[in-house]
Design a protein around this ligand. Structure first.
Ligand code: NAD
Ligand code: UDP
Length: 339
């Protein structure tokens, strides 16, 4: 299939491109490189032996997107392009709404113009808000989100449900990711955050490689077994394979499905630190700090719908996640830049 992958130069997109190409699909990447490097696109080609078609465009640019559709004739769209830093979205809400909502709307309009029916969207567990339970299932309603980032995901889910109701020939899958970590086992592609990382795993990796002095763990007084928060961390390669399963599932059917992609298991921050130390052989210095505003004590995915509909489940272990994060970080201490 010809698949348009927006945000394909980014962390999840680059791994998804590798899995799609490996399964024989023709991948067309559209990315404005606002949070990624052309080197990631080059390495996708290096890893797969097949360079993806690459368009450095803003997905909000209707004319540019029209040209890509006219030239490449995609049969399906996997939409990952978006801004994703929660704290930044609180400081710059309009930039987040403009970019994330506009990109989704523009894509849906151009898809309609070119009669493309299959749409896979990168949503997030954040759409559940704080439901007061730890096991998140897709039939729970969307909750109250604490950030414009989260609200942009909720709004796009709503656009997709409304579009699907208006055009019953659409086939939409909204993938709600839990916490992707790790990197391709080759160590050639991985997560390359700009500046000081906000997320746990890249922070730990940068401490391990000596770029940051120590980790601050946000709270040790949570109502969890060791007092630190629990999250459902999943390997980015498993997540990428979830996209492959989703796009293949979407062929020949119609409707709009929300599907969790997670392991179904909650892990604490301390478990992650210890697992990373064992996998890398590097001690991770840490201190306990105050709770981070907006954090929730514990949540994880109910992954049964993904198993039932996509025949997908996470296969890679916590050890794989830590080993591959470390492998990427030590081979690329400054990410894709060479300094
Ligand atoms: P990323 O920043 O590495 O990738 C996003 C890519 O989109 C980047 O390459 C960026 O340059 C591109 N982009 C942004 N706006 C664009 C635009 N208007 N036009 C063209 N390209 C644009 O992030 P990621 O971690 O790979 O996340 C991919 C998607 O998954 C995002 O939509 C994100 O919100 C979602 N998501 C990520 C996580 C996570 O923990 N990483 C969790 C849940 C959902
Ligand atoms: N965390 C932490 N220190 C950090 C970054 C994160 O203790 O420097 C904790 C955070 O409080 C949360 C977990 O690690 O409990 C995962 O945080 P992340 O930002 O990676 O994901 P999210 O909270 O969005 O699920």
């Amino acid at each position: 299939m010809n698949i348009l992958l927006t945000g394909g130069a980014g962390y999840i997109g680059s791994h998804t491109a590798v899995e799609l190409i490996g399964a024989g699909h023709h991948v067309i990447i559209a990315d404005n490189l606002s949070n990624s490097s052309p080197e990631a696109v080059r390495r996708i080609g290096e890893l797969t032996g097949t360079a993806p078609a690459f368009y450095e465009i803003d997905v909000c640019d209707r004319a540019a997107l029209d040209q890509v559709f006219a030239q490449e004739k995609p049969e399906a769209v996997i939409h990952l392009a978006g801004l994703k830093a929660v704290g930044e979205s609180v400081r710059e809400p309009l930039r987040y709404y403009r970019n994330n909502l506009d990109a989704a709307l523009t894509l849906l309009e151009v898809m309609a113009a070119y009669d493309v029916k299959i749409f896979v969207f990168s949503s997030s567990a954040t759409v559940y808000g704080e439901p007061g339970v730890s096991l998140f299932t897709e039939d729970m309603p969307r909750g109250v989100c604490s950030s414009p980032y989260g609200r942009s995901k909720q709004m796009i889910e709503q656009f997709l449900e409304d579009s699907s109701a208006a055009d019953p020939s659409l086939s939409v899958v909204m993938l709600r990711y839990f916490n992707p970590v790790g990197a391709h086992e080759s160590g050639r592609i991985g997560e390359d955050p700009d500046g000081i990382p906000n997320n746990l795993m890249p922070y730990i990796s940068q401490v391990a490689v000596g770029r940051l002095p120590r980790l601050t763990i946000f709270g040790n007084d949570w109502p969890t077994p060791d007092g630190t928060c629990l999250r459902d961390y999943l390997h980015v390669v498993d997540l990428a394979r979830g996209h492959l399963a989703a796009v293949e599932y979407a062929v020949g059917r119609t409707g709009c499905e929300a599907i969790n992609l997670g392991t179904g298991q909650g892990r604490s921050v301390l478990e992650m630190v210890n697992a990373f130390s064992s996998a890398s052989g590097v001690e991770i210095p840490y201190v306990f700090g105050p709770r981070r505003p907006g954090d929730i004590a514990a949540y994880w995915a109910d992954p049964s719908r993904a198993a039932k509909l996509l025949h997908w489940h996470a296969e890679l272990t916590l050890e794989d996640m830590c080993r591959d994060s470390w492998n990427w970080q030590k081979d690329n201490p400054h990410g894709y830049s060479e300094e």
